[in-house]
Write a protein that binds this ligand. Structure first.
Ligand code: SAM
Ligand code: CA
Length: 247
């Protein structure tokens, strides 16, 4: 692998390193988007967090800068105030969300790993948005089950971003559909799962890609059949399926 230098080349290397292989017709086209539209407008704290995350061994998990820009704009467009995130890692999508919310906006953020969240926390604090975040360490499903028990939480979330264990997406959906408001939005991330959704059964896939692939395929089939939501699957990042609650 080439050494990381300054400027263009290092950014190009970085995006390949952290696994955001383009779903577009060429990697150069994706690089064009990053350099022309995304990086010049990336807020300084997000850039700092992206650079910290790039040095972490699990950096393949991070939200890409173009998806961060998309989430930031989307949250503003729908005037979201009360939000939730399942799967934080070092906090790139969390910070993109926190920066987009009004000062009294909130994010209930869940992850089984606090250590990685704490890696990004100083940047979030410096950006002046930490007060919006309620971080809960541990598996998300029990937290959702608890929330659903109280009817006051029903239909109360404007926006929910799901970016954690793919084998639980359908379980999450069962709870989230009650917690999101009618007209509110849930974004399920990685629904194109490294492009593996169209790979032949015997394709040489990395172990974790192969393991979760069937869950992603099943989720994609199930969500399209759910009459409670209208949906749109976008080839941003690794694919994001947006669901707007209808009833
Ligand atoms: N959104 C993050 C970002 O922008 O960097 C990336 C999240 S990463 C792809 C997936 C995260 O889900 C990991 O940090 C992992 O610890 C977390 N996770 C896995 N299983 C979980 C569970 N059952 N409940 C909550 N978080 C979980
Ligand atoms: Ca993701």
């Amino acid at each position: 692998m080439a050494t990381n230098g300054e400027g263009k080349q290092s950014q190009q290397i970085k995006h390949q390193e952290i696994g955001h292989k383009s779903l577009l017709q060429s990697d150069a086209l994706y690089q064009y988007i990053l350099e022309t539209t995304v990086y010049p407008r990336e807020p300084e704290p997000l850039k700092e967090l992206r650079e910290i995350t790039a040095k972490h061994p699990w950096n393949i998990m991070t939200t890409s800068a173009d998806e961060g820009q998309f989430l930031n704009l989307l949250i503003k467009l729908i005037n979201a105030k009360k939000t939730m995130e399942i799967g934080v890692y070092t906090g790139y999508s969390l910070l993109a969300t926190a920066l987009a919310l009004p000062d009294d906006g909130t994010i209930l953020a869940m992850d089984i790993n606090r250590e990685n969240y704490e890696l990004g926390l100083p940047v979030i604090q410096k950006a002046g948005v930490a007060h919006k975040i309620d971080f809960r360490e541990g598996p998300a499903l029990p937290v959702l089950e608890k929330l659903v028990e109280d009817v006051k939480n029903h239909g109360s979330f404007d926006f929910i971003f799901v970016d954690a264990d793919k084998d639980n997406y359908w379980n999450y959906h069962g709870k989230l559909i009650e917690l999101v408001k009618v007209g509110g939005l849930i974004g399920y991330d990685n629904t194109l799962w490294n492009g593996s959704v169209v790979a032949p059964p015997d394709a040489p896939l990395r172990k974790y890609v192969r393991y979760y692939r069937d869950f992603v395929l099943e989720f994609n089939k199930d969500i399209v059949a759910d009459p409670r939501v209208e949906i749109c699957q976008l080839p941003v990042g690794d694919g994001i399926t947006l669901c707007r609650r209808l009833k």
